[in-house]
Ligand binder design. Structure first.
Ligand code: HEC
Length: 198
């Protein structure tokens, strides 16, 4: 009887030590998920934008890169009404690059670029020290929606700032023409890269 009792005490001791170890192992502090003020959450790429958004323009360039431009559909009626773009209007641009060995074929660059208009952005939310209208910019992996962090987002601001007369969107003329006609606007730019065309 005594042997069993001693044995039980030892066993209990082992169990307690094991529990203590496992609880100290489980005792990892999980950082709280960041909370953002409403309207200041980071931009999120909608993965189904090709179905949900309006493909309003295609720009082809002399380097063989073809870009498709999409906008959230609510924007079109506002443009027709001559109103400001709705809150959270999102514009997405993707690049189809020529395959080096077979330039008539293209592959989709996984990095897509996004501009989102919100009245609630604060300077601290932008990768720039001054505002570019109501826009903020982001770069994302089109397949999984993850933000791409090694792209210099401040360049987006400085280049797009040059088209302030077009609400900072280079393709504003194509956007207007799409709203009027419902037809995707095709344009060819004889300059490579993202040099400004018109
Ligand atoms: C050197 C200038 C330049 C830089 C830098 C640049 N863009 Fe652009 N962007 C353009 C041009 C020009 C167009 C129009 C499409 C074309 O002509 O290829 C454009 C188009 C766009 C569009 C479609 C709406 C529009 O303006 O026509 C979005 C969205 C966009 N860019 C986001 C970005 C983001 C995000 C970045 C940074 C990661 C960025 N851009 C960096 C020049 C630039």
């Amino acid at each position: 009887m005594r042997i069993i009792t001693v044995f039980s005490v030892i066993l209990l001791g082992i169990v307690l030590v094991a529990m203590n170890q496992s609880s100290s192992r489980d005792n990892i502090t999980i950082p709280p998920s960041p909370t953002y003020q409403l309207g200041r959450e980071p931009i999120e790429l909608p993965l189904n934008y090709r179905e949900q958004f309006v493909h309003y323009a295609t720009v082809e360039r002399s380097d063989g890169v073809i870009r498709h431009l999409y906008i959230s559909p609510q924007a079109i009626q506002s443009i027709l009404n001559g109103e400001e773009l709705p809150e959270r209007t999102m514009v997405i641009i993707e690049a189809y690059r020529p395959i080096p060995d077979n330039p008539s074929m293209h592959y989709l660059d996984p990095e897509v670029h996004v501009a989102e208009s919100r009245s609630t952005w604060q300077i601290a939310d932008l990768a720039a020290s001054s505002r570019v209208g109501t826009w903020n910019f982001g770069a994302f992996n089109a397949e999984n929606g993850q933000p791409i962090t090694d792209t210099a987002l401040n360049d987006c601001f400085s280049c797009h700032e040059s088209v302030s007369s077009r609400n900072f969107l280079f393709s504003n003329p194509q956007l207007e023409a799409y709203a009027q006609t419902g037809k995707t606007q095709y344009s060819y730019c004889p300059r490579a890269g993202r040099a400004i065309c018109r």
